[in-house]
Design a protein. Structure first.
Length: 278
């Protein structure tokens, strides 16, 4: 019985020892597991912190890049705004220029239309003025033929020249008209002047070299160089007629005045009354 009791006690002691060992082993395993888990946790924490630091650094780098990009975009935007403003100013300037140009073109069109009308009118005038010029020359020729017979060669030559130039194509129509009007002006001036010149005339079938005194278109008288014979042009008979000797002194004085060899003064000259003959 005691033997059995000893055996039981020994067995119980062994059991407690085994349990204590097992418990110690378990605690040791748990401690080692806890240490391993702690180490892993610390490693994970270190890794997480490193990743966070790297992420922070990377984020800061991206921020710097973003800021640089923003600055670049800001500069580019500012340049683009300036370019846009310049383009707006140029556009406004071009619009103003185009408006002015449009007004100028419109005015030029009006001028061209006016010039075209003037050309058409000028052509019509040219067609009507050529016969008019010819008529003026014919009238002038007739006038010289019926007028007092002074400077006939010169006046007839002037009319002849007008007849020639009116058919010259290289002389413009305005120039032709101007020359005809000049001829008319010369004839008008003859009626306002007096002159003296030498000529050869026929009186009663006999030729004389005389001095002619013309007083406008009022009268023409003559006198021989010795002053012995004087006469007058008769408009009705179209011939020279002798005058009484009482007119010799007056005609001589008139010749001196015409040649500016004597001062102007009143002189007695014969004048044909209307409807009467000398």
């Amino acid at each position: 019985m005691e033997k059995h009791i000893k055996y039981f006690l020994v067995s119980l002691s062994l059991s407690f020892m085994i349990m204590a060992f097992v418990t110690a082993e378990a605690e040791t395993a748990e401690a080692e597991t806890a240490e391993a888990e702690t180490a892993e946790a610390e490693t994970a924490a270190e890794k997480t912190l490193g990743d966070a630091v790297e992420a922070k650094i990377e984020a800061q780098g991206e921020s710097v890049k973003s800021q640089n990009t923003i600055d670049t975009l800001t500069d580019e935007t500012r340049d683009m705004v300036q370019v846009y403003r310049n383009a707006i100013r140029k556009t406004e300037s071009l619009n103003s220029y185009n408006q002015q140009l449009a007004k100028l073109v419109k005015q030029q069109k009006l001028s061209l239309n006016s010039i075209q009308r003037q050309i058409e009118n000028a052509e019509e005038t040219r067609r009507s003025i050529v016969p008019f010029i010819n008529k003026m020359i014919t009238t002038l020729e007739k006038f010289v033929r019926l007028d007092l017979p002074f400077l006939l060669d010169e006046r007839r030559q002037r009319v002849s020249t007008l007849k020639q130039i009116v058919n010259f194509p290289d002389i413009t129509l305005p120039d032709k008209y101007r020359r005809v009007m000049e001829a008319y002006q010369i004839e008008i001036e003859y009626g306002r002047t007096i002159e003296a010149y030498n000529d050869t005339i026929t009186v009663d079938g006999k030729e004389y070299t005389v001095e002619i005194l013309r007083v406008g278109r009022l009268l023409m008288t003559f006198q021989t160089s010795d002053g012995a014979l004087s006469g007058i042009w008769n408009k009705h008979s179209k011939a020279w007629r002798k005058l009484p000797s009482e007119y010799n002194r007056s005609i001589n004085q008139g010749l001196l005045i015409a040649k500016k060899q004597a001062p102007p003064e009143l002189i007695k000259l014969p004048v044909t009354a209307a409807g009467k003959k000398l």
